[in-house]
Design a protein around this ligand. Sequence first.
Ligand code: ATP
Ligand code: MG
Length: 415
Amino acid sequence: MASRVCLVHYHEIGLKGKNRAHFERILMDSIKAALAAFSVSCCTRISGHILVTFSVAGEAERALEVIRRVPGVARVSLAYHTNREPHEYCQAAVRALGSSGEFSTFKVHAKRSNTDYELHSLDINRLVGAALCESFPDKLVRMRDPDRTVNVLVVQGSVYVYAKSIRGVGGLPVGSAGKVCCLLSSGIDSPVATWLLARRGAVCVPVHFSGRPQTADTSEYLVQDIIRQLAPAIQIGRLYVVPFGDAQREISLACPNNLRVIMYRRIMYAVTERIARIEGAKAIVTGESLGQVASQTLENIMAVNEVVTLPVFRPLIGSDKQEIIARAEEIGTYDISCETAPDCCTLFMPRRPETHAKLDDVHAAWEAFDHDAMIDALVENVEYIDFESSSYHRPRSLREVHDTLLPRMKRLSDR
Ligand code: ATP
Ligand code: MG
């Protein structure tokens, strides 16, 4: 009797030469972590695929949708696992094709790998093809561009048969590309920017600036909802929260009205860079898109960017809002982002923010308050909350950091 398993296909990690085994290990760890709530009995590499088996019937079907969302997965197939008896795998092929939806044409593609099996691929094609023609007499065999390809993969003592795959999100497994700090608001854009970096294999450590104590802490909970929404496929291990309201008030009192937003942003970037250094993160990520709002003109981006030396990645810089919304819907963060919450973005906003800031004016405004002391104080009072994650490793220096840089660091969940 055939059992159902998931076969995971990956592209890019196949290109990584000697690193391949390392990337495959990270991908397997991601898949296992994403399936923690399932009865996974084995997750292993077979012949250029990752095989996932389950001890409870019916779970492979449900796991497909979770595996699909794991970065590094190009495609995932629900396969039948049988022994090498032709009768068994021919029957599995009939079931696989029969349950693959509407089709008119098909072909069989058999492949043998590391096996002493006496039948060759062409023999298997013929055998399975004959069984399928008998079961589906009104369907046509077509070698070029058929509606369905029934794949038969023979690996040692086992045969895997599948007729349909679903697309994965692609990219690289999280943890294969180092660590980045993401400026994460509860808006639409920054969750998408974070997701894009995670899909390229980066471990994302979000930093959220809250309007607290000048506003309620609603945005902090929305950001946590966003993090939970990205899981279990993308597991964010730690969220930093910076209560920013009082600093914004200080800036709004000291600086020209039109330059407030740029000052807020400069402080946000500087604090995030300090957290990035503690975390060992090598870049900062934002959800900025060119010209989308006043603070995202080239002049203003330049005026903010100059306070940091780490690279700043803006994966959405060339995207239209509609494209970003479509992606936010796909990853499930859109509805959360549409809930309104007062955060630091809505606090002390000028009526007419500068759209083309002149650097001299920006520098004069920056000197109008003690920005170094403000950055130190914000870093000292940063808070964090930890989440389940297999890819995040807390900074090794955190003990020392606790005692020196972040003496009052505390967990949000303790509040
Ligand atoms: P988003 O939907 O990501 O909030 P936005 O269109 O509202 O973007 P801005 O408010 O100008 O744009 O923010 C630009 C970027 O600055 C955001 O994408 C995010 O990376 C960062 N940012 C803005 N507000 C915050 C915040 N409260 N905490 C952390 N980062 C923020
Ligand atoms: Mg925003």
